[in-house]
Design a protein around this ligand. Structure first.
Ligand code: PLP
Length: 396
């Protein structure tokens, strides 16, 4: 099996798994209890918080709150700050956010908020000028994802935060960092971003654990009320094994950052150029630069994405068309639509996303098989005239 769907989820690192094991069985004490038996789980949480602080590049571990996933982190940030600022009723976000962010804003629209959705260009790059124009005194929150899950395009969130803070200091800035985490350095302490959400299962921790970074001066209401856990900001007995696991995953991700930025990128670039060179109906849906190192999104003109995925699956290759949450439906991805990807490639766009476990032989295999699959699929496409023209134009 060749797994090239790491933006959907990643394999749990063996070291992460081993870190978690004691807390799943032997060390089961409630970390809030007073007796000695609770000391080990309590200290596992403390250590994980320090590791996640370093992963974010934050100043203090008090700025880190553990959550259950990226979606919860986003909801906690968005609902938390808007609840604390009832005077302002304007939100700025982008058309290409993940559904956990977009649908939260749809909900706020129903509560009477005005939400501006900023567009992207044909390469998936945000129209920062449009965002700047929309910012006004009534803007409570600006919310821009760090990296897009479907295209890997990195948005200039540091620059956006600086602009927001110098023009409207009490507007809050939330960044969905789920697809940036473990792929590019974050260093939040050097930025003016107020809150960043991450999700463990995108960087080799298990599913069901996330975190939210919150700058100390940001006031939030909790999403889950109850006990004192997470300094009263997220009630519920802590998920000790998963927290310990995400701490380890964060440490490993930092250790592997250089590898990610060089070797994973080299393999991604090899896969991309190999496909673009050998497959006449392939087009890159983004520009070459300005992306996280592991992701490529390639449009195969005049063929159906679902068919490509089935053929890839038949030869043991896992990839994706659109995000995992929208795949399974035949609706083209909202991200590719916002980019204005031509109709001819919209339905046949495939995301390949690598990880530090991707091998050179995986990439060679996909490069070898892709022209064979596409040969079959283009033969059954109803667009024979267009395909023949395309083949001629591209000199195949
Ligand atoms: N944000 C982005 C950009 C994502 O890609 C995802 C998951 O695919 C999420 C948020 C949601 O994360 P989770 O599945 O942990 O809720």
């Amino acid at each position: 099996m060749i797994y090239l769907d790491n933006n959907a989820t990643t394999a749990v690192d063996k070291k992460v798994y081993e870190e978690m094991l004691p807390y799943l069985y032997d060390e089961y004490a409630n970390p809030s209890s007073m007796y000695d038996f609770a000391k080990k789980p309590a200290s596992a949480i403390r250590e994980a918080r320090v590791k996640v602080r370093d992963f974010f590049g934050a100043k203090d571990e008090k700025e880190i709150f553990f959550t259950s996933c990226g979606s919860e982190s986003a909801n906690m940030a968005i609902k938390g700050v808007l609840n604390c600022n009832k005077e302002k009723h304007h939100i700025i976000t982008t058309k290409v956010e993940h559904p956990c962010v977009l649908n939260t804003y749809k909900w706020f629209e129903k509560q009477g908020y005005k939400v501006d959705y900023i567009g992207v260009n044909a390469h998936g790059e945000l129209d920062v000028e449009e965002l700047k124009e929309k910012l006004d005194k009534d803007t409570a929150l600006v919310s821009v994802m760090w990296a897009n899950n479907e295209t890997g395009v990195v948005h200039p969130v540091e620059e956006i935060a600086e602009y927001v803070k110098s023009n409207s200091p009490d507007t809050r800035v939330f960044v969905d960092g789920v697809q940036a985490a473990g792929k590019i350095p974050m260093n939040v302490k050097d930025t003016l971003i107020d809150m960043v959400g991450i999700s463990g299962h995108k960087f080799h921790a298990p599913k069901g654990i996330g975190a939210l970074y919150v700058k100390p001066d940001v006031r939030l209401t909790p999403l889950i009320n109850g006990g004192h856990q997470e300094r009263g900001m997220r009630a519920g007995t802590e998920n000790v094994p998963y927290i310990a696991g995400m701490g380890k995953a964060a440490e490993l991700a930092l250790d592997n950052m250089t590898y990610e930025l060089t070797e994973v990128k080299r393999l991604r670039d090899k896969l991309e150029s190999g496909i673009l060179k050998n497959v006449f109906n392939a087009r890159l849906n983004t520009s070459i630069s300005g992306r996280v190192p592991n992701t490529t999104n390639i449009g195969f003109e005049y063929v159906e994405g679902e068919l490509i995925l089935l053929h890839l699956s038949d030869i043991g290759v896992c990839a994706s068309s659109g995000s995992a949450c929208t795949s399974g439906s035949l609706e083209p991805s909202h991200v590719l639509r916002a980019m204005g990807i031509p109709f001819t490639a919209l339905h046949g766009s495939i995301r390949f996303s690598l990880s530090r476990y991707t091998k050179e032989s995986d990439i060679d295999y996909v490069i070898e098989k892709m022209p064979i699959i596409m040969d079959k699929l283009t033969k059954i496409s109803p667009f024979q005239t267009e395909l023949a023209e395309l083949k001629k134009r591209k000199g195949f």
